[in-house]
Design a protein around this ligand. Structure first.
Ligand SMILES: *Cc1c(COP(=O)(O)O)cnc(C)c1O
Length: 455
């Protein structure tokens, strides 16, 4: 960094020129931004030398942890060899081709192709077009509508934000675009009423069937959902949910799209979330853990059913990005996958650290402020509650989560808050002792928030 920019000035420089994503800039500038300087393992360090355990893996993505020199070396090698070339005009590069083979080798027999993008949002825009192109090519051009879910998250581009079911996003810029409709989410704690979780899971899954009937099967292209809702607050669906969704999509000839941007690459203890739930998607957007966030890259896993039509019937699919299959990003992703394989991180989440984290996390349910503590693999959701026994939620949803989050941060732990839920998603390399530290600080933060609420 040039000497003319003393560290103490960075927050002011940032405030003067940088508009942040999903941020109230006036508020952020008043509070000051934090400058994150360095990362190592599961820890990040700010420019004041303060150390934080990153319980959120950056933004659900740093699966192999920070500071992995293998990645920087692979990236430097590729940069020196070929920093960029496109994949548009019948060309590819070595890491790009190898990555396509490697990713699909983990995605099960139905997936043998990938379309590369630069991000998860672009991946969602990509399959959205692909699904419509597919139906046109097989002689069903009226199948255009996509059914998605309230409180789903599929990115911030126009199609991504429209597919997502975040009301506060739709309110800005006249979204969703036409051709996208939303059904309920499998959020039993908040919306299940007197039904058991299993009854509720079936009920919300069957909203899909009812919506298809209402719209006409001949008009519906696809249903999209995250295997586990991430941004909505780590909402783990009841066990009855996914089998019923899978059944309905098959019975009605609707494409099933699982958005694997968070659930892919070991987060749930499987390579992909759909494998954990035993369902059979036709398309699956991926990103985040694909490169552990070291460089931006995403893609869409394309099943044989769709790929055969794209390859043999469609001719030109007029879609792509300058950075589709970027050789340096592909080199980072390839090395990342090599590390995940070599260190058996997927199996580690399934058999060791996932269950260990699950026990530590579940113990937090005893806290007076916590209504439920659920986890799956290395993804945890903590439901804050005003009154546990009746599942009564706090009135000021937004304030309660950020209160706990701020106390966690002050004690050296990064957690995320979404309204009245706390979200955890640590790197897959986290140790048992570091999980203990996460649980200990989370409890401290809950205690401090509880004390503040009572006074
Ligand atoms: C983060 C995310 C996206 C968007 O990915 P970007 O890389 O931010 O564009 C899409 N879907 C899900 C499930 C996500 O969590």
């Amino acid at each position: 960094m040039p000497d003319t920019y003393p560290l103490s000035n960075l927050a002011a420089i940032d405030a003067a020129h940088h508009l942040h994503p999903f941020a109230d800039m006036k508020k952020l500038n008043a509070e000051g931004t934090r400058v994150i300087q360095r990362g190592e393992g599961v820890y990040i360090f700010d420019n004041h030398g303060r150390k934080y355990l990153d319980g959120f893996a950056g933004l659900w993505c740093v699966n192999i942890g920070y500071g992995r020199r293998e990645i920087t070396e692979a990236v430097a090698r590729q940069m020196n060899e070929l920093p960029y070339y496109n994949t548009f005009f019948g060309t590819t590069s070595t890491p790009t081709a190898l990555l396509a083979e490697k990713v699909t080798s983990h995605a099960g027999a139905r997936f043998n192709h990938i379309f590369f993008t630069g991000s998860g949002s672009e991946a969602n825009d990509t399959w959205f077009r692909m699904a419509r192109v597919y139906w046109s090519a097989v002689g069903k051009p009226s199948k255009k509508i996509v059914i998605a879910r309230k409180n789903g998250y599929h990115g911030s581009t126009v199609a991504g934000a429209s597919l997502g079911g975040m009301k506060y996003m739709h309110e800005q810029g006249d979204l969703p675009i036409p051709g996208i409709v939303h059904i309920g989410q499998p959020y039993w704690y908040g919306e299940g009423g007197d039904l058991s979780p299993d009854e509720f899971g079936l009920k919300v899954a069957r909203e899909l069937e009812a919506k298809i009937d209402e719209l006409g099967e001949e008009n519906v292209a696809a249903f999209v959902a995250e295997p586990v809702q991430g941004a909505a607050g780590v909402i783990i669906p009841p066990e009855t949910y996914w089998p019923e969704i899978d059944r309905i999509c098959k019975a009605r000839n609707i494409l099933l799209v699982t958005d694997e941007v968070i659930c892919g690459f070991g987060r749930l203890g499987s390579w992909f979330g759909h494998q954990h739930f035993g369902v059979e998607p036709d398309l699956a957007p991926i990103a985040k853990g694909l490169s552990s966030g070291y460089l931006p890259i995403g893609g869409v896993l394309v099943s044989d059913r769709i790929a055969d039509v794209l390859i043999n019937e469609v001719g030109d699919f007029n879609h792509g990005f300058t950075y589709s299959g970027h050789p340096v990003c592909a080199a980072a992703a390839l090395e990342n996958l090599r590390i995940i394989e070599e260190e058996r991180l997927v199996e580690r989440v399934r058999d060791d650290i996932g269950p260990y984290f699950g026990r530590a996390w579940a113990a937090l349910a005893e806290h007076d402020l916590v209504g439920a503590a659920d986890s799956i693999g290395l993804m945890g959701g903590l439901q804050l509650a005003a009154e546990k026994s009746t599942r009564t939620r706090y009135e000021k949803l937004d304030q309660i989560g950020s209160l706990v989050r701020n106390h966690a941060l002050a004690n050296g732990l990064v957690l995320r808050a979404t309204s009245d839920r706390m979200l955890a998603s640590p790197p897959l390399v986290i140790s048992h002792a570091e999980v203990d530290e996460m649980a200990r600080i989370t409890k401290l933060a809950l205690d401090a928030a509880w004390k503040e609420l009572k006074s």
